[in-house]
Design a protein. Structure first.
Length: 77
């Protein structure tokens, strides 16, 4: 059985691509999408920070590069 997980970021990206939205709604959707991406970055960088060295090695990172990624502010990709 295939289950789908709901991703607010994916849903917002679909809405942002629609051209039939009023201008104010389009701006609101794009802002919500931006905030969702920022939240995802913050969450994934926090999870990366907690990974032990042997798991960092599994994903192809060393502690220095992981630390550099974790030090980035959430608004920087």
């Amino acid at each position: 059985m295939l289950t789908r997980t709901f991703s607010p970021t994916m849903a917002l990206e679909r809405l942002a691509r629609r051209t039939t939205l009023p201008v104010s709604a389009n701006v609101a959707v794009k802002l919500a999408d931006l905030f969702a991406r920022w939240s995802d970055r913050r969450r994934s960088r926090a999870a990366l920070y907690r990974l032990p060295p042997h798991l960092l090695k599994d994903v192809g990172l060393n502690q220095i590069s992981a630390h550099e990624e974790c030090e980035k502010p959430f608004w920087r990709p």
